[in-house]
Design a protein around this ligand. Structure first.
Ligand code: VTB
Ligand code: MG
Ligand code: MG
Length: 350
């Protein structure tokens, strides 16, 4: 097959992935506010997995719901899609690696708070880093500051550069930070430098996307969140011309509050090594986390958010708001879908 033909075939997958995230978002949104984050998550995972079955690809999950024994669905290494059983060199379907987070922000959904999303990224084989589910320190900015900041520099210095890039005072910057005890120092540094802060209860991936698009009122994301979300953020940054810099965080670098949530460093290091990460201290940039040339990023709002609206149920159907992006060709689509379920009298509203 010509490169052109295979590229076209790959980019056509984006529409199928759009359907996958829409379906997952709708399933999760049904449970909004139930106060049952596990139930919300399960609904999204099941719906996403089911809709992924017919996607015309030979898919492999590289970032998923965890290891097989702990998560029987969308586990790391699971083969998905219509060509799941085929060998990699079979050309019937494109071979793709997939990173999923069927419900990013389970608590946000369970409480009806802003910015819960259903999300996935896909790339050609090897196009997304295999990252274990562990913590990751991140710095996310939009196109204007791409390549200008340094995750290792003092916060005040990064803010000064960011303010120059965005041509506004440091006091006019908004940095999104997960509201966690581990960020006490970061928050104090941001305050001392004079920046404004948006403390979020969850969802640093949504926040990263906000930081990369103009007009969102968020200019950067800083701090420690999940590594899987970091890889997904990187895929989005490739499409939005933004940047993520990141570093894996081990137990001894974490706040005591987080210690119970992570495995012993020896075990974590072994998991990292098994996934091909030899230098646990290195800084990963956008292209290290998402090295793929052909990236597809699809996300649907579950609850109302900064960039996307949540799922609306209107009796005769549903309406979803999604972000669908590809690198080849480079497209960013804001997709507003009406899923019509009523009869011929159903009115489609603007
Ligand atoms: C992080 C963050 C996510 O959960 O994984 C966080 O990246 C978990 O952090 O966006 P804690 O262990 O401190 O709760 C999210 O906020 C939501 O999945
Ligand atoms: Mg998840
Ligand atoms: Mg998540």
């Amino acid at each position: 097959m010509s490169t052109e033909a295979s590229e076209t075939r790959f980019s056509h997958l984006s529409k199928e992935f759009l359907h996958v995230v829409e379906v997952a978002a709708i399933a999760a949104a049904r449970t909004m506010g139930f106060g049952q984050r596990k139930q919300s998550d399960r609904a999204a995972v099941e719906a996403m997995r089911e809709s992924m079955r017919t996607v015309r690809m030979n898919g492999r999950i590289v970032i998923g719901e965890g290891e097989r024994d702990k998560a029987p669905m969308l586990y790391i290494g699971e083969r998905v899609g219509a060509g799941a059983e085929l060998p990699d060199d079979d050309e019937t379907f494109p071979a793709v690696d997939i990173a999923v987070d069927p419900l990013e922000g389970t608590n946000l959904c369970a409480t009806g708070a802003a910015n819960a999303i259903a999300v996935l990224a896909a790339a050609e084989r090897g196009g997304l880093l295999h990252a274990p589910d562990m913590y990751m320190n991140k710095l996310v900015v939009g196109p204007a500051a791409r390549g200008k900041l340094d995750i290792d520099a003092p916060v005040a210095e990064n803010l000064k550069i960011l303010s120059a890039c965005l041509r506004r005072a440091v006091t006019d910057l908004v940095v999104s930070v997960l509201d966690r005890p581990r960020h006490a120092r970061l928050i104090a540094d941001l305050r001392e430098a004079g920046a404004r802060i948006q403390l979020i209860s969850d969802g640093d991936l949504s926040a990263g996307i906000s930081a990369a698009v103009g007009g969102s009122g968020v200019h950067a994301v800083m701090g420690i969140g999940g590594a899987p979300e970091g890889v997904l953020t990187a895929a989005a940054m490739k499409c939005l011309n933004g940047e993520i810099q990141a570093r894996f965080v081990l137990k001894d670098q974490l706040h005591a509050e987080d210690h119970t949530k992570v495995t012993e460093d020896s075990e974590t290091l072994a998991r990292m090594q098994a996934m091909g990460i030899d230098d646990p201290a290195r800084v990963y940039r956008t292209d290290d986390l998402a090295p793929g040339k052909h990236i597809i990023f699809a996300m649907t709002g579950v609850t109302n958010g900064t960039v996307l609206r949540g799922v609306r149920f209107f009796g005769e159907g549903k309406r979803t708001s999604s972000l669908l992006m590809t690198t080849c060709p480079h497209t960013v689509r804001l997709v507003d879908t009406v899923h019509v379920e009523g009869g011929p009298d159903t009115v489609i509203r603007l």
